[in-house]
Design a protein around this ligand. Structure first.
Ligand SMILES: Nc1ncnc2c1ncn2[C@@H]1O[C@H](COP(=O)(O)OP(=O)(O)OP(=O)(O)O)[C@@H](O)[C@H]1O
Ligand SMILES: [Mg+2]
Length: 546
């Protein structure tokens, strides 16, 4: 083997060893640059590494230029001119006279004169990491084919080194992030109150990915998404914002249940540009919160802090991992809250039932006995005055007995437990009509079939509240209650011909309508309220029959 060949082989081997040793990346690149210069006889050699976003040089390693000259030249090459050609085309380039090349833009002041040039891309598996280039071959002759070959080999080693360093860096960063994800995850599982939990989710995610703003939007029954919790810039201003179902990206992501990163909101036709402008957002990430295949919300992050507002793939990965934990925690918190409510409601029903029974059986019986006793006294009395007083007393007791029965029915009619929903509702309607003079039609297609206990109670209580609202607000003359079957569900529709109200405006809802919604959610049913001023009110509920 010729002496020079052996030296070249050795140099490449050394470079390979350097790459796999524990040297810092800068030290490895320095060795490679020096080897390239000495093997080709170049006076100057440099290696530039482009940053992952491919916008600027991340490193620049040189040999042949002392620090003083380097400082005098100033800024790193910006990638215009010949270096730009090399970055764009990523193919080797040999030039005999730089000053005569049309593509050259000239050197900055204080730059040493350079004529001969050899540049090769630093390439690995088709990815260009930068370039390695040499100038001023000793003796003034141009760089040769062999020079190019050896420099390409060295550049290949440099690429391996750079990729290794990046992989290592990203693995370490990922590890750190996993650690903070675990910390946050633990914090999430310790918080059971929903508002606090949502707050925790947005603030911690915002820290993790350095976003200007992070918010959670949750789906509404009408398909819109409501911004519930916001962390970051102008948080107060955007909480409670309703995102239109037709025009918002958030609503689309809720439908698709797939996360998405958008580098320029302006160019995304799904983004509601008006809202984006109001929020001052340029980039974004949308990550759905999914529980058992259902999207229970979306976490939205906008604008990464720093010079580049775009989020990275890694940010998306973190947000996704985080969202998985958050979704579970939110689901748990909601289940706990629902459970507590269910227990309260069940306890309340039980208590009402007990009171109703007691009133009916004990108090009612006692009053009936008193009536009988009074009757006997009345008959036995020989004074007209006494008979008169006893009769008056008897009427009072009859009135009280009626009050007690009505109260018992209101608390929970025996018919509901003994004969089911239809009987219960008929009893309710009769009492209502007697009391108010408003006529009530009950129409049912259920026969005397029994439904699940919770469903019967839910419908009964909802009809009861609807009738109370009719008395309080509707000024109606008739009310109809219609029960039908729809597959394995039962539908109840309560309609009045009163003055109606604006059902789209839920800000007026008090305990009545809210209680209806809560009850219906507990039995996994659906409720809709339709009303407009002057047009009467229709409430429709749907519950499982079994
Ligand atoms: N059938 C109806 N006709 C006209 N307006 C109604 C009817 N039902 C409800 N509303 C309107 O909707 C509002 C909210 O009803 P909701 O039952 O939630 O509260 P409320 O009846 O005012 O108070 P609460 O039920 O807590 O005692 C009412 O104040 C009323 O303005
Ligand atoms: Mg009410």
């Amino acid at each position: 083997m010729a002496e020079t060949d052996e030296a070249r082989l050795r140099a490449v081997l050394d470079a390979a060893i350097a790459v796999s040793s524990e040297l810092s990346l800068d030290a490895v690149l320095q060795r490679i640059v020096e080897a390239a210069a000495s093997l080709t006889g170049a006076q100057y050699a440099a290696l530039g590494v482009i940053n992952p976003s491919r916008q600027a040089l991340e490193r620049f390693v040189v040999t042949g230029i002392d620090d003083a000259t380097r400082n005098a030249i100033g800024d790193l090459p910006s990638g215009r001119g010949i270096l730009g050609v090399l970055i764009r085309d990523a193919t080797p380039l040999r030039i005999d006279d730089l000053s005569a090349d049309l593509r050259a833009v000239g050197f900055p002041p204080n730059h040493p004169p350079m004529r001969t040039f050899l540049g090769v891309p630093v390439l690995l598996r088709g990815v260009a990491y930068g370039n390695l280039y040499l100038t001023e071959k000793a003796g003034g002759s141009p760089f040769s084919e062999e020079d190019q070959e050896i420099v390409q080999l060295l550049a290949g080693q440099a690429a391996v080194g750079i990729e290794n360093a990046r992989l290592y860096e990203s693995a370490t960063r990922w590890l750190e992030q996993l650690q903070s994800l675990t910390d946050v995850g633990n914090a999430l599982s310790a918080e059971i109150e929903l508002p606090k939990l949502l707050e925790l989710v947005v603030t911690r995610l915002r820290e993790l990915i350095d976003a200007r703003i992070v918010f959670i939007a949750r789906p509404q029954p009408d398909g819109a998404a409501l911004v519930e919790t916001v962390a970051g810039a102008a948080a107060g201003e955007f909480a409670g914002l309703r995102l239109d179902p037709m025009r918002s990206k958030t609503a689309r992501v809720l439908e698709r249940r797939r996360s998405e990163r958008v580098d320029s909101l302006l160019e995304d036709p799904e983004v509601d540009q008006g809202t984006a402008r109001r929020m001052g957002a340029r980039t974004g990430m949308w990550v759905p919160l999914i529980v058992r295949d259902r999207a229970i919300g979306v976490v939205v992050a906008q604008d990464k802090e720093g010079p580049d507002a775009r989020f990275t793939d890694e940010d998306l990965r973190i947000a996704e991992t985080f969202a998985e934990r958050a979704a579970l925690a939110i689901d748990l918190s909601e289940r706990v809250a629902r459970d507590a409510l269910r227990r309260v409601v069940a306890g309340q029903e039980l208590e009402r039932q007990r009171l109703a029974r007691e009133l009916h059986d004990e108090t009612g019986q006692a009053l009936t006995s008193i009536l009988l006793g009074l009757k006997a006294i009345e008959e036995a009395a020989n004074s007209q005055d006494v008979r008169q007083s006893v009769r008056e007393l008897r009427e009072l007791v009859v009135g009280t007995l009626q009050d007690v029965r009505r109260l018992a029915v209101e608390l929970r009619p025996k018919a509901l437990d003994d004969f089911g929903l239809v009987a219960g509702l008929q009893r309710l309607a009769e009492t209502f009509a007697e009391q108010t003079g408003i006529s009530v039609h009950v129409e049912t297609a259920l026969g005397d079939a029994r439904l699940a206990g919770d469903s019967e109670t839910a419908i009964y209580r909802i009809v009861q509240e609807a009738l109370t609202n009719v008395i309080k607000h509707a000024q109606a003359t008739t009310v109809s209650i219609v029960l039908t079957r729809k597959g394995d569900r039962v539908v109840a529709v309560i309609e009045d011909d009163g003055r109606g109200f604006d059902a789209g405006d839920t800000s007026d809802e008090r305990l009545g309508l809210l209680g209806m919604r809560e009850r219906i959610a507990l039995v996994d049913g659906r409720l809709s309220v339709e009303s407009r001023p002057g047009e009467g009110t229709t409430i429709a509920v749907e519950v499982p029959s079994r």
